[in-house]
Design a binder for this molecule. Structure first.
Ligand SMILES: [Mn+2]
Length: 426
């Protein structure tokens, strides 16, 4: 299952004439408005979003799971899948590994394979949210557990994850803590947070100097009464106490309905406290739906904060990590990831069109109407020709999903890997 450069060129030749027409119109429109198309294209081209190793299989819910067939059976096959995404979209250049699901058996070989696919290793993720044969159960928590022996085990696991990441060239550890309680009275909030801080201190101390700790938060689930790190404020509090290399990770689905996420992003960025993003979309809770499928305007506003905060020098663009963290209950995961990569870049490209000088002027003058007009003008611009041009310039596919379907990649994967394979995942 390898799409060659010739396959991509052949596919592109079918669409290129029409693309050039649309692109020329948009480019001249933007240039007339004083926007440098080349600058925007270069930013779109260089923006890369990591794919997690658990996103290549069909997702599921607690009620069941419907397999897609041809799911990757090993870390090697997961990397091959991400390699395909990279080749077609030119929008991803890294895999984020989940430990213990994806511990390489042969580090040299896996690094060689990843290199062949132009894939690097993003932040590594620890797992203390389930039992997988370790000595002590995480049923009542891990880093926050009342029993110091369980906390030690969870800390040791995180240290092991760091070691795995070090061998692969990762530069970050992502900690998402499922710890919490299901009923009032079950847990002391303060004791749980104190224990967690103590455990995180040990993990932080064992990180290499050039690593960062990405600390995720989530209001509920799997615990439904309280979560030890429920919100960005608690995560920020812990990070501040841990040190400069601990920062807050924003997962878009980890907010209660209607939370103003763009404001959280703006505040964190202003404090140089934003570690990175987990992209997905949500209607009700942590739905893990395809990024941009439900609230594209919110995603645009988030990117506007990111662009504004980094352009104003609060924090560098490069210091932020980007990853998709979604599930694909009823879609082909590879097609879903292609849609997500496009949606993320659409929001980014639109945010780059915002005239920030004028916006600031209208803000300072209290011109609410014109401030909104500035945002709407950018948001309502169809930037897809910019994305296609960026892909074309990078050697990617003009129409990634079309070529994927035309070559019946999923059918090929099923033939090679089988109908009932099951990739590890959430
Ligand atoms: Mn996440």
């Amino acid at each position: 299952m390898q799409l060659t450069t010739e396959n991509i060129q052949e596919s592109n030749s079918r669409y290129v004439a029409l693309h050039q027409k649309f692109f020329a119109t948009l480019a001249s429109q933007l240039e007339d408005g004083g926007i440098s198309v080349e600058k925007i294209l270069s930013k779109i081209r260089s923006f890369q979003i990591a794919v997690p190793s658990w996103a290549l299989g069909a997702g599921g819910t607690r009620f069941g799971r419907f397999g897609i067939g041809g799911e990757p059976r090993s870390l090697e096959e997961k990397i091959e899948d991400i390699g395909l995404l990279a080749k077609l979209t030119k929008s991803t250049d890294a895999v984020s590994l989940h430990i213990p699901w994806d511990i390489p058996s042969d580090y040299e070989a896996i690094m060689q394979l990843a290199k062949c696919h132009n894939i690097g290793f993003d932040a590594v993720n620890s797992n203390t949210f389930q039992d997988y044969g370790q000595e002590k159960s995480y049923k009542f928590g891990s880093l926050s557990h009342n029993d110091p022996k369980v906390r030690e085990q969870a800390v040791a696991h995180n240290k092991q994850v760091i070691e795995v990441g070090e061998k692969l060239g990762s530069k970050g550890l992502t900690v998402w803590l499922a710890d919490g309680s299901n009923f009032p009275g079950q847990q002391s909030f303060r004791r749980a947070l104190d224990n967690t801080f103590e455990s995180l201190q040990k993990i932080y101390a064992s990180m290499p100097e050039d690593w960062k700790l990405l600390l995720e938060y989530k209001p509920y689930e799997p615990n439904f009464y309280s979560t030890v790190i429920p919100d960005w404020g608690t995560s920020h509090l812990l990070c501040r106490q841990l040190g400069d290399r601990a920062k807050v990770l924003v997962d878009l689905g980890h907010h209660l309905p209607n939370t103003n996420i763009e404001q959280i992003v703006g505040i964190l960025l202003g404090q140089n406290q934003l570690a990175g993003f987990h992209f997905n979309d949500s209607k009700f809770g942590d739905d893990d739906l395809t990024t941009g499928s439900i609230k594209p305007y919110q995603l645009f506003l988030i990117f506007l904060e990111l662009v504004a905060g980094t352009e104003d020098g609060c924090q560098s663009w490069e210091s932020i990590s980007w990853m998709i963290d979604a599930s694909h209950n009823t879609k082909d995961p590879l097609e879903d990831l292609m849609q997500a990569l496009v949606a993320i870049k659409i929001a980014y490209a639109k945010s780059l069109l915002v005239d920030r000088v004028k916006l600031t002027m209208y803000q300072l003058n209290g011109d609410v109407v014109m401030a909104q007009e500035i945002l709407q003008k950018a948001f309502l611009t169809d930037v897809r020709p910019l994305l296609k041009e960026a892909r074309l310039q990078s050697g990617g596919a003009l129409e990634p999903i079309s070529i994927y379907r035309q070559h019946e990649i999923r059918k090929q994967l099923i033939q090679k890997r089988g109908e009932n394979t099951r990739a590890t995942g959430l």
